[in-house]
Design a protein. Structure first.
Length: 288
């Protein structure tokens, strides 16, 4: 689930490039958040210094001005040799309307009134200081924030899980039948058709593993394959940075952000980078 967006603009949307295998997945076979239960989850688009759109991801507003997402969304991309300079976030359930006059590859400095150039909240992206542009598994440092220029008022904000939340949950419940919620604006399918509505989707996934060498206290692995007894739903390109949520003793809390997958076409298992750890708070405590 890395960079849920490459710098390849296909029609109206940006598609993510692979990192290790594939990154930044989208919520597939989920349901539209019609009741606006997750108003703090937004679609974020990143730009170079000339305000040319680069890629898009998902994320969560955790305070009036701090938007939580993935490090590979906010940070340096070694293939392009750059890091995004600016970002813009939309919080509409969607579909978020696209400006018909904008053409892929052009700057947003012109007169535009809709996505991907206008209509959202502008801010500055910051990746974890140790994000390198590569998936250094298990500790990828794949967490970042966008600090918005102006505060955004919300009926509720995303709530970060307490430190070591997931470890405590695993001790109490074991690893069986633990379900989480994923929310994002990514693709709904890859083959044979690509469907990108810029709409907020919600899906349920199940925990697969916490302790493997790929996770090792930094990542969480969960299902992303509908129809195999693990649905409904999963993630795909465009969901990178989107929150992984659990409802428990502290209410509805975010304990991870979508990070990467080890296979293609948005199927199989997904890895999310935990934000309930000291590693993540090395970045977050600077802003939250």
């Amino acid at each position: 689930m890395r960079k849920s967006v490459v710098l390849l603009l296909v029609s109206a949307f940006l598609v993510a490039t692979p990192l290790l295998s594939s990154t930044a997945s989208a919520v597939m076979f989920g349901t539209v958040d019609q009741e606006n239960n997750y108003p703090y989850v937004g679609l974020v688009l990143f730009y170079d210094e000339n305000l040319v759109p680069l890629w898009r991801c998902s994320g969560a507003l955790i305070s009036e001005r701090v938007f939580l997402t993935a490090g590979h969304c906010t940070g340096y991309d070694p293939e392009l040799g750059l890091a995004p300079a600016r970002a813009q976030v939309w919080f509409d359930v969607g579909p978020i309307p696209r400006d018909p006059s904008w053409q892929p590859g052009t700057s947003c400095l012109g007169e535009f009134t809709g996505y991907p150039c206008a209509g959202g909240y502008w801010g500055t992206p910051h990746a974890h200081p140790e994000w390198t542009g590569h998936l250094t598994i298990p500790n990828t440092h794949d967490v970042g924030v966008v600090v918005l220029d102006e505060p955004v008022s919300m009926p509720k904000y995303g709530k970060l899980a307490p430190m070591n939340y997931l470890d405590d949950l695993a001790v109490r419940r074991g690893l069986k039948n633990v379900k989480f919620t994923v929310v994002g604006y990514g693709l709904q399918m890859v083959r044979p058709h690509i469907l990108a509505e810029r709409t907020r989707y919600v899906a349920e996934v199940m925990l697969v593993d916490l302790r493997s060498a790929l996770n090792d206290g930094y990542n969480i692995q969960f299902t992303s394959n509908p129809g195999q007894g693990t649905g409904p739903g999963g993630v795909c390109f465009g969901d990178s940075g989107g929150p992984v949520i659990h409802k428990g003793p502290y209410g509805e809390v975010i304990f991870a952000v979508n990070s990467f997958v080890l296979n293609q076409n948005c199927m199989g298992t997904v890895f999310a980078f935990r934000v309930d750890t000291a590693e993540a708070w090395e970045l977050l405590e600077q802003y939250v």
